[in-house]
Design a protein around this ligand. Structure first.
Ligand code: IMP
Ligand code: MG
Length: 195
């Protein structure tokens, strides 16, 4: 399936620097426990935590809702061990993309049950038009339209996670194609049009 460029490496880098600064400002010197949602958030988390100045602990959980070659979500499968360790910690839940909201809503419920000192959510990408479960990220990299994207950790059927930039997995001229990506959140001046 052809890919159409959506967000370049340079744009991702700029967004990660901005998100790191926002998180540093929000938490100051408080120790932070980053919970990364594998596999999709692996690449983003690796870059983001290196922009953080406070002491950081890393925890991982696994979530899967796209099975085999699907580009529409199926049953949500979650593996989340050791959440009791999050008690009284400041927790930052990091995912690659906030789509229907099911994954982050479910993981937030599991984490809240462990009584953390605080819980905030980070999503590199946000597709607000797809939301079926009400959940909002506290820190967002880019708002994108309803297109299926791959690269920078995001996969289709297990592939494309290694691509350094983010592209749309659909041919130009089809409904999935991002002809006119929307701009990012307020304060984000990046131009998201394909290069
Ligand atoms: P949600 O539970 O529907 O919000 O979906 C979140 C999860 O679905 C993300 O963590 C991704 O792993 C996956 N996902 C959603 N949209 C895409 C996409 O466009 N490309 C690749 N994975 C996606
Ligand atoms: Mg995921």
């Amino acid at each position: 399936m052809p890919r159409t460029p959506l967000i370049s490496q340079a744009q991702i880098r700029t967004a990660v620097v901005r998100l790191g600064a926002e998180i540093n400002e929000r938490y100051g010197a408080h120790e932070l426990t980053v919970v990364s949602v594998l596999h999709g958030a692996l690449v983003f988390t690796a870059d983001l935590i290196r922009r953080l100045d406070m002491p950081v602990r890393l925890h991982t959980v696994s979530a899967r809702s796209y099975h085999a070659q699907a580009t529409a979500p199926g049953e949500l499968q979650v593996q989340a061990d050791g959440l009791a360790e999050l008690r009284d910690r400041h927790v930052l839940l990091v995912d690659d993309i906030l789509d229907t909201g099911r994954t982050l809503a479910h993981l937030s419920t599991l984490i809240r049950a462990a009584s953390p000192a605080s819980l905030r959510l980070v999503a590199l990408l946000d597709k607000p038009s797809r939301r079926s479960t009400p959940v909002q990220a506290d820190f967002v990299g880019f708002e994108i339209p309803d297109v299926f994207v791959v690269g920078y950790g995001l996969d289709h059927d297990g592939r494309f996670r290694n691509l350094p930039d983010i592209s749309v997995l659909a041919p130009a001229g089809t409904p999935g194609h991002a002809d006119a990506p929307r701009p990012g959140p307020p304060g984000d001046t990046l131009d998201l049009r394909p290069e």
